[in-house]
Write a protein that binds this ligand. Structure first.
Ligand code: AMP
Length: 282
């Protein structure tokens, strides 16, 4: 596995692969790799001749008071995992490799970036869109894989790719969960032992909310309110639980059939996000 630290390093390797007629799949991450990330890499390997994984804790997507400085950085272990799974290259840039000190360009996917997580993390999705666009320009992949766990992020990126005609195919990948339903996340490592016992309730509440939507006896608003209360009873501090149209994340109305329920809630000091998407039928 090649270790690439700078943009010119990536350019050289990508050029060689391109000259050999090889296709490239890309998996952007912030490191502290778990089985969810590894699943993305395994899927990428099936889809292209070469797989590039980036590990970059992107400062511009963290807000003031968020966990940028404490975000788990486990580069050595990450590299070993990627080498074992057979990634062809890992891109590990420093902040100054990615951002020019005089950088003046920011990408904002308006509308969707301000809702749900965006309302609680102002500027977060601009940071994500900007760094992902830059990484696409650096790696120039044919395909890029993103987890459905970050459903809103995936929608922001799909919208950006559509709007800016970026020549990359976005491949969504199912959420990898613990046996108890908890979605794997680098931030789960922040949970205390007692919080770990409660955390799986987040997904159970989502599944119960989904069942309530399918049963169709209450309005979406009533369901949202009921399950927010439910989360509070378990000890979460919910930011939101919202029933949305899965295609564009607009609030769902009764006629919509393709739905996703998005949730974000704090457990102690750890902010967890998750979702369930489904077809309601008519
Ligand atoms: P992160 O390192 O948290 O920025 O995540 C990097 C990529 O891994 C993103 O596309 C995430 O959506 C994806 N990812 C994170 N957790 C999971 C999971 N539990 N299952 C599948 N993909 C995931």
């Amino acid at each position: 596995m090649q270790i690439l630290n700078t943009v010119p390093d990536v350019r050289v390797v990508v050029k060689e692969w391109r000259l050999a007629g090889e296709s490239i799949a890309f998996v952007p991450t912030m490191g502290n790799l778990h089985a969810g990330h590894i699943d993305l890499v395994n899927k990428a390997k099936v889809l292209a001749d070469r797989v590039v994984v980036s590990i970059f804790v992107n400062p511009t997507q963290f807000g003031v008071g968020e966990d940028f400085s404490t975000y788990p950085r486990t580069e050595q272990a990450d590299q070993e995992k990627l080498s074992t799974v057979g990634a062809d290259a890992v891109f590990l840039p420093s902040v100054s490799d990615v951002y020019d000190p005089d950088a003046a360009t920011v990408i904002t996917v308006s509308g969707i970036s301000e809702r749900y997580c965006g309302a609680f993390r102002p500027g977060h999705f601009s940071g994500v869109a900007t760094v992902v666009c830059k990484l696409f320009n650096i790696v120039q992949p044919d395909k890029a894989l993103f987890g459905l766990k970050d459903f809103q992020q995936l929608t922001v990126i799909k919208t950006m790719v559509r709007d800016l005609n970026i020549p990359v195919q976005i491949i969504p990948v199912e959420t990898v969960r613990e046996a108890n339903g908890l979605a794997l996340s680098s931030r789960n490592g922040y949970l205390t032992e007692s919080e770990k016992l409660v955390a799986p309730e987040l997904y159970k509440v989502l599944c119960a909310a989904k069942a309530a939507v399918i049963a169709g006896r209450q309005s979406f608003e009533e369901i949202e309110q009921q399950f927010v209360k439910n989360l509070v009873q378990f000890g979460f501090k919910p930011d939101y639980l919202s029933i949305c149209r899965s295609q564009d994340l607009n609030p769902a109305s009764d006629n919509d059939t393709e739905l996703v329920i998005l949730v974000a809630a704090k457990l102690g000091s750890t902010r967890l996000i998750d979702n369930v998407y489904f077809s309601k039928g008519v």
